[in-house]
Ligand binder design. Sequence first.
Ligand code: AMP
Ligand code: FES
Ligand code: ZN
Ligand code: ZN
Length: 321
Amino acid sequence: MGLGWIRLDDGSNMRGRRKCRYCGKPAVVWLGYANLGLCAEHYVSCYENKIRRMLEKHRIRGMLMVAVSGGKDSMALLGTIGRISESLDIDVFAFHINLGIGEYSEVSEETVKRFCKDVRVPLIIYDCRKDLGFSIPDIVKRVQRPACSVCGIVKRWVINKVAYENGFDFVATGHNIDDASTYILKALMTNDIYSLVRGQEEFSESKPELRLVGRIRPQFYLSERENMLYVQLTNIPIVEDQCPYSRRATIHKYKRAWDVLLKINPIAQINIVRVMKKIRSMMAFPEPKLVQCSVCGFPTESEGGVCTFCRLMEMMKNSHN
Ligand code: AMP
Ligand code: FES
Ligand code: ZN
Ligand code: ZN
């Protein structure tokens, strides 16, 4: 059939022709490569079980901070963890950073607030303008780096700092298989050996001596499409608009390459991620050496001992004078 995934409840001509494997009701989704049809109820429970298994596999317990942007991936993650946390002995908190990117950030914060209130998950908000002194556009105007790179540096630092200072055991983010596979594809196509070797992991340990809080990416093997279907079936509100900066990001161009590749091989993304993981384990590349930043005390790989975030803040101070 070629296609690996077909929605059956949105006008597809296959509507009604496939049944749920578990209950025999009309399927809402057909996974061609697995020969699997699922109704809404069983889609939701299968999706939640995948996340549950990932949390169990890495023994995630205690205080968990879910970083939510308001987009479909992290909102699906928060919705799921909110529903299953009690049975896993997890105390879940949501964390949102208002990046100060105009209306996009205002809508994002409102959407996250509304959802957290509905599902009764406590929410911590960090406001870049108030808490850091600069919005992302302020920084982008003054430093010579692409917006998404600046934003990534700030988000990574803020998420770890807030998690560490509030005593969280782990942070969960909404990275998915599209992110992980595109990261590899881009690294291969741009001759970026450093990123290729380093890779993205589904889990990384806490290192309290370096003030590093452990990270889990429970949707590592789930696609954007699967996350989208979950939010639609469970009525989770999401921010539909994209960040105005991200439209220019080259990573989206690489992401679009998957539209073609997945028609040839529906499990190509999972395979490319697994292959790289295997290669990394066979080659036993040395782990990046982390040290504490001499300015902020949070971890860095930087040889000079000052983290990229602090260097960014230094540039901001200098550009004031
Ligand atoms: P991105 O780097 O934008 O693809 O986002 C990756 C993950 O980082 C998301 O799935 C969220 O878990 C987290 N994240 C992104 N933006 C924010 C934000 N503004 N506040 C909190 N977490 C975020
Ligand atoms: Fe960070 Fe768009 S969300 S630059
Ligand atoms: Zn069913
Ligand atoms: Zn620092």
